[in-house]
Design a protein around this ligand. Structure first.
Ligand code: CA2
Length: 146
């Protein structure tokens, strides 16, 4: 079984740590990446960490994860809008943990619906960058996929 986990990030997450620290905290995306590499090393995962602002590019990144051990996916705003991402997650057949930095259920109603949750293996939100760490640990605890 592959030991590679793809950590994929959607639109505007490249701005982390530069704006809206009250919602998203002070950590930058580079800090989140470093955290994922450290946790990945502890769990025996090779981490591929990517961010894109483009929906189609995110579909391509999900498809490129075929055969991987798992995906940790923060699709950001596309979570709430994208049938294309949902179809990609369902099609790729890789256990996918949907993660969010913020507690989306404590925010605006339009953030309460996710197109991804029904096809994700699980969902973690509200723990800041630790949501990613918890996503990696969740993948480590899953039985091997055939
Ligand atoms: O809480 C999360 O991780 C979100 O996926 C973040 C998305 C939001 O649309 C989701 O509802 C929840 C937004 C990411 C934008 O990130 C920014 C970071 C700094 C400044 C502005 C935006």
């Amino acid at each position: 079984m592959s030991d590679t986990v793809h950590v994929l990030n959607g639109p505007n997450l490249n701005l982390l740590g530069t704006r809206e620290p009250g919602i998203y905290g002070a950590a930058t995306l580079a800090d989140v990446e470093a955290l994922c590499h450290a946790e990945g090393a502890a769990l025996g995962f090779a981490i591929v960490f990517r961010q894109t602002n483009s929906e189609g590019a995110l579909v391509d990144l999900i498809q490129a994860a075929r055969g991987a051990r798992g995906i940790v996916l923060n699709a950001a705003a596309y979570t709430h809008t994208s049938v294309a991402l949902r179809d990609a997650v369902a099609a790729v057949g890789v256990p996918t943990i949907e993660v969010h930095l913020s507690n989306v259920f404590a925010r605006e109603a339009f953030r309460h619906h996710s197109f991804l949750s029904p096809v994700a293996r699980g969902v973690i939100c509200g723990f800041g960058p630790q949501s990613y760490v918890l996503g990696l640990r969740a993948l480590a605890g899953l039985p091997p996929t055939p």
